[in-house]
Ligand binder design. Structure first.
Ligand code: 4AD
Ligand code: MG
Length: 430
């Protein structure tokens, strides 16, 4: 007899085992009680018959409250009707810890209430499935990059200057000096690409986003690959290979979670490269044809992104954006310097931009000019400018937002459920 996981029960049919976990549900029918136990790896039903089971730590049946901690000892029995394929004939039940008046009851609670109790909400099967899915997605991203010669290199979180514009910076007091939480590790990744060739960052990033949308967090995780000797086209190719790999990996390994989430995986099966591409100009025309009153030079918002993505059955790249609406470091198109060699990858089904990437300026004078155009202090970026002085070569990279990818693959309404403890404009609790 040993303590084993619910997930492994099917290979222990006939054996006597001990399970430890929490009670999700109790139902009685005469002298038989059905106890559903979850242990983080799955759920199983235990069957208790009066007179055939020893109880410890329990005076009466009512002591078995939702989410009390339990140990169940019993014999594993195959049961084709059970979701896990097995049940447990319980001989001994020990209540390890009580759980009086558990706040989240099996009824519909509002999302504010659930977010307020996020520390408990994460126990629900649906939330646990999302977090398992997130872990698998991160695993797949890292496996892909590690297998393709990308070196994980961690940029700092505390930074002296902005990477993505000054409007979304979180300032922090650094021993009397003003510093910022990193919005993106990109500038550092460019330095590291010149040291290691292909690199990636995987970590938290911070944006003081004043927008209250389904897609914005103030603290989110980003994977940021950066490649030396890599130009615009190759950059897009890495992005579609990565996204295709991640989606197919999830389909191959996470069917139980996708079914808990009720995710229709048909749309995901189509996510195989190459992905369609439209230039900003073409996208603008497509949108104008459908009645969107946008003029050249305006950025796309969520409604435009959703409308555009709906015209394609796979993720779509929008390329060659007007220079003026994009970041200072982006390489202008040599044939048309008013647009940049940048692309956003839009996910299908209204999930919007999941990747932003570009070829970077590698010419010293051009970079200095662009800093000036953006009224940025070249002294604050002197180390970054240095990269253009010593063996500067074409290089490109991109940033993929983990939470948006999880929301899309899981088919969720909002990114707040894709991260264990979401940080948004109006929530930093718990
Ligand atoms: O497009 P963004 O701002 O690009 C960069 O930060 C580049 N420096 C990345 C790079 O080239 N290394 O952000 C990249 C991605 C977006 O496409 C989106 O998926 C996600 O990060 N993202 C957010 N996710 C959640 N909440 C927010 N507030 C986000 N802002 C960006
Ligand atoms: Mg972007």
């Amino acid at each position: 007899m040993s303590t084993i996981s619910v997930r492994d029960l099917a290979s222990h049919v006939g054996e006597v085992v001990t399970l430890r976990g929490w009670l999700t549900h109790l139902r009685s029918s005469g002298k038989i009680h059905f106890v559903v136990l979850r242990d983080g790896t799955g759920e199983v039903q235990g069957v208790l018959r009066h007179g055939e089971c020893v109880w410890e730590g329990v005076e009466q049946l009512d002591d078995l409250e939702q989410e009390c901690a339990l140990a169940l000892e019993g014999q594993v029995r195959a049961d084709p009707r059970a979701p896990s394929g097995v049940e447990l004939d319980v001989r001994r039940l020990v209540r390890l810890a009580p759980s009086p008046h558990y706040p989240i009851q099996p009824k519909a609670h509002g999302v504010d209430f659930l977010m307020e109790h996020r520390h408990l909400w994460v126990r629900s099967p649906r939330q646990a499935a999302i977090l398992r899915l997130r872990a698998r997605i991160i695993h797949a991203i890292r496996a892909f990059l590690d297998d393709h010669g990308f070196i994980l290199a961690d940029p700092p979180i505390i930074t002296p200057s902005a990477a993505e514009g000054t409007t979304t910076l979180f300032p922090i007091d650094y021993f009397g000096e003003s510093m910022y939480l990193s919005q993106s590790g990109q500038l550092y990744m460019e330095a590291l690409a010149m040291a290691l060739g292909r690199v990636y960052a995987f970590g938290p990033t911070f944006r003081a986003e004043k927008s209250k949308t389904r897609r914005h967090l103030t603290e989110f995780w980003m994977v940021e690959p950066e490649m030396a000797f890599c130009q615009f086209e190759e950059n897009l190719s890495w992005q579609e290979q990565l996204v295709g790999y991640v989606v197919q990996d999830v389909l191959a390994h996470m069917q139980p979670e996708l079914s808990v989430l009720g995710r229709d995986s048909e749309a995901l099966q189509r996510v195989v490269p190459p992905f369609p591409r439209v230039t900003y100009d073409e996208a603008l025309r497509l949108l104008q044809d459908r009645g969107y009153a946008l003029t050249w030079g305006e950025d796309f918002g969520a409604p435009e992104e959703t409308a555009l993505a709906a015209m394609f059955d796979r993720p779509v790249f929008v390329t060659h954006f007007p220079r003026a609406i994009k970041a200072f470091y982006m390489q202008p198109d040599p044939e048309r310097p008013d647009v940049v060699l940048a692309a956003d990858l839009l996910a299908p089904e209204g999930y919007g931009e999941i990747i932003g990437g570009s070829e970077r300026i590698h010419d010293l004078d051009l970079l200095l000019q662009r800093l000036k155009d953006h009224n940025m202090d070249p002294n604050a970026y002197s180390w970054y400018v240095d990269l253009r002085r010593y063996g500067s070569v074409p290089h490109s990279g991109f940033g993929m937002g983990i939470e948006r990818v999880v929301a899309w693959i899981a088919g969720l309404d909002h990114v707040r459920e894709t991260i264990p403890f979401a940080r948004t404009l109006n929530r930093v609790w718990p």
